[in-house]
Design a protein around this ligand. Structure first.
Ligand SMILES: [Fe+2]
Ligand SMILES: [Fe+2]
Length: 194
């Protein structure tokens, strides 16, 4: 696998985050329903923008299918825990990352793929932290399975990025990862994945 040997340059989540998340796990679960929904919608937005790229359409449609299965799993988790879903609070993290994407093609496609890879990587990191810290076995197991899926999705987006720009993608990933680190550092620490 192209991306398997790549150490994606992601900074570590601030150490305080896990305590904040564990202190209001209900809010984490409620927000994460929307994270999974937005992951599916973002993947499908690439089908709208690039219908002529058959390989990309196939890969992101499959990915969106998995994200939709994650919405189902999060919905079942909320029900199991007696939680009612809440409205999406918005996502300053993803919005700030979108602002880093260049406007002109083919740079725009490359940047969108790399930003999606970074979001998957950050999600995987924090979901794995939750899986290791949550005491309820069923909930911990679900978050562990989601973390493993998001690692695969990260690599799917990196492989697509390498197909778009075989030379430029690594340097641009390093630049965008620096931007992602600055965004994480600028946002308040909340009981949410992002
Ligand atoms: Fe997911
Ligand atoms: Fe994902």
């Amino acid at each position: 696998m192209l991306a398997a040997d790549l150490a994606l340059p992601l900074t570590a989540t601030p150490a305080e985050w896990i305590a904040v998340a564990l202190a209001d796990l209900d809010a984490v679960h409620q927000d994460h329903l929307h994270c999974e929904r937005k992951a599916a919608q973002s993947a499908l937005s690439l089908v709208r923008s690039y219908p002529e790229r058959a390989d990309l359409v196939l890969a992101v449609a499959r990915l969106a299918h998995e994200e939709t299965a994650h919405v189902v799993q999060m919905s079942q988790l909320l029900a199991r825990r007696g939680l009612v879903g809440t409205l999406d609070h918005g996502d300053e993290y993803a919005a700030a990352l979108r602002d880093l994407c260049r406007r002109a093609e083919p740079d725009r496609l490359l940047d969108r793929l790399l930003v999606f890879a970074l979001i998957e990587a950050r999600s995987a990191e924090r979901l794995a932290l939750l899986a290791a810290a949550i005491s309820d076995p069923a909930t911990a197991s679900l978050y562990g399975a989601l973390a493993a899926a998001e690692v695969r999705h990260r690599d799917t987006f990196l492989e697509l990025a390498a197909q778009v720009a075989a030379e430029a993608w690594r340097d641009r990933l390093t630049e965008l990862a620096r931007g992602e680190a600055a965004i994480v550092a600028s946002l308040p620490i909340r009981p949410r994945i992002h």
